[in-house]
Design a protein around this ligand. Sequence first.
Ligand code: ZN
Length: 365
Amino acid sequence: MCPDLIVDAHEDIAYNMLTFGRDYTRSAAETRQVEAASASQAIEHNGESVLGWPDYQRGRVAVIFSTLFATPLRRVTGAWDTQSYADDKQAQRLYRTQLDTYRKLTDQTPDHFQFIATRTDLETVLADWNDPARATHPVGLVPLMEGAEGVRSPAELEEWWQSGLRMIGPAWAGTRFCGGTHEPGPLTEDGRALLEAMADLGFTLDLSHMDELSARQSLDMYEGPIIASHANAAALLPGYDGNRLLPDDVIKGLIARDAIIGVVPFCRFLKNGWNVGDRRDDITLATVAAHVDYICQMAGDARHAGLGSDFDGGFGLSAIPASMDTIADLQNLGPILKAKGYHNEDVSAILGENWLRHLRTYLPA
Ligand SMILES: [Zn+2]
């Protein structure tokens, strides 16, 4: 029997292609070599890559929610960050270019990557992965907008939908729509208008990065499907004092809305106070499994936990669990969960099937 398929609900692929020239048809190992030998600023600012198509093949990573992400100017840390914006007009242009980047990537290398905007697109990719006669498989990319400043007005959502965008997280830092990471605040009037228009079109709302207050308000008012693509449980990091991780009541709210939460295998989200450069021998895939288990215990089932690695998203090899080298090692989570008593179906659900259920339910035909 083939190992389970993995769905990873968060990777900044276009950002890395455009900022650092990363070529994700290469393996992570090859990217590390190329960047170490060149003047690339990627390793300094983003760590050593842990992603690449050959690694997706080894790890059976079949579908990725691939982000559109750009940085507001006030949060830029250097001239290397070319994907930054001063206003919504610039943001719109950058986000649009990133979506076009996925179209180009999938048009030019369809054996490596395929664009997913419909259920048919999804089933085409999955049929390939489930075909034992095929040695390699295209990875499906579902675009996900992270930080909605790329949407200038709710009226523009229709155009985004037509271009194949299906998922939007209104926050990264705070936006004109809501409070965000390090920038607390409620949903604004613009935010409420955005959410209403998103629900009308059928967009999935990603609560990751939303401040707790705006997340709670969104859980109350949003009428479309909800997820948290990449966020861990705050309660498992004693002493944690930020607004990036999920408090218990928000996790409960997500479960009540049949949402799925993508657990992030990033050391800083697994151990309070951990910083890049710190030792990490005590942070392993077992720690990641504990976060998965926390959500499953709270839900009373395994239908609401998934993976949202955020790999290559501002951190690299030195900031992922000690037991990992590339994304392919996420497969090792399976035996750890089974040793905890999880059934095979539950492990499949956590590694990928939960996200696939969401996509099958909410992507247009
Ligand atoms: Zn993020």
